[in-house]
Design a protein around this ligand. Sequence first.
Ligand code: SF4
Length: 491
Amino acid sequence: MRNEYSILPFTFKRLPHRKMLMVNQSGEFTFVSSDDFNNLLNHDLVADNSTYFELKGKHFLADTDLDIAQEMVATQLRSRKSFLRHFSSLHMIVVTARCNFICDYCHASSAALEQQKVDMNWAVAKKTVELIFSSPSPVLKIEFQGGEPLLNWPIIKEIVQYGIFLNRFAKRQLEFVICTNLTLLTEEMIDFIKEHKITISTSLDGPKLIQDLHRKTREGYSGYDVFHSNLQRLREGIGQDGASALLTITKSNLSRLQEVIDHYVELGFDGVFLRALNPYGFARQNMEQLGYSVEEFVGEYKNILRYLIELNLQGIPFAEYYTTLLFQRILTPFSTGFVDLQSPSGAAISGVIYDYNGEVYPTDEARMLARTGDRRFKMGHVLKNSYEELFAGALVKKLVKKSCIEVLPGCASCVYQAYCGVDPIRNYVETKDIVGHRPSSDFCKKNTMILDHLFQLIDENDPDVMDVFWSWITRRPLEEIRHDKFNRNSS
Ligand code: SF4
């Protein structure tokens, strides 16, 4: 006899050992045996075993409570999509295209030091800040980029001061970040950074030999030596936590990631974002020298994840941020708001970039495409267009419409859809189509392999490993996580 229950929408994947991974629309997941899976679909599951109650509790099926179950899934989905309420909160300003470095993998194809015409002027900067304050977002993060932004320090200061002035009336949570190679840092800058609680994002690819290999100064001196001494000076001024570092992974440091992590720990950083090389700018031209396959990247990712777990278990707290982000999405119901993993895409609606000349682009990649003569993703100009024209124009509407993962070919039925995201500009760069064919892209291959690995770890459920991941998700010390668990288990 057919058992009376409704099956709610979900996606699934067959795992080894006759297991199925099921994920529903709001990102709740479960593992079931193939037999239970078939019984569920054939309405043969009976309401007297733990699988039935697990599937009901996680909203894969509903019996007498269909309306309530649908409402629950809708509520969870709304909270996962709550980043949409913080419309355009990340505002990146390219204050100059000049740079004192000429890195082999530079996305921005930087200009030489004497080309001051590629510096942002005050008319453009002032209007940019006013546009930023037109955003409805309660959080406004202004990130200074380049080139090397410190080369146009006076404009950074003016933007910060004007932003603080406007915020007296706007009362938003206003944050500033400077992305800098640190080599041009002066005492006056450190004082200003400290006074205005600006955070610093710098770049570190590893110890001196690795760092200087692809991050080259135009004048030929070792960038690492200056970076190292300025990092110490900066920390003396603003504290240990005021600076984080970004790692670019090339063929040169991919197989030496353990050495790289050890160097991060030695310099007092407590985390790293393992970023695969993106195919833009010089990186695209130099792929032969710098690139690697997705399989090579994910192989090293798995090795280094194991190493990081060991470090944490030995009492050295150190997180990997991409893993943390994915686990936040898998294990918690909250919105993470990471621009690269959003649906619809975070391009323009979560982050936006203002070029030195006032042109506005949904992402840095769109800006780089314009440098090569393809301006199809230009949203407008700060001196010519209103906030509404820029952010509610045809281009942004098209990007949103074409970047909903829930309906994209291949992604619509993918088990990892709830944890993944869309980058229409990257799709265009790779396939000349903003929808593209994502399941055959390197991005998809990489994310699928990483998520397969993370779900394998969840399924193995090693308490030590899961405690480390929870300490990353909650940003709490491992001992506290274990102490709480012990108290829960003994009460
Ligand atoms: S990009 Fe790949 S992993 Fe992500 S949802 Fe689409 S098919 Fe799945």
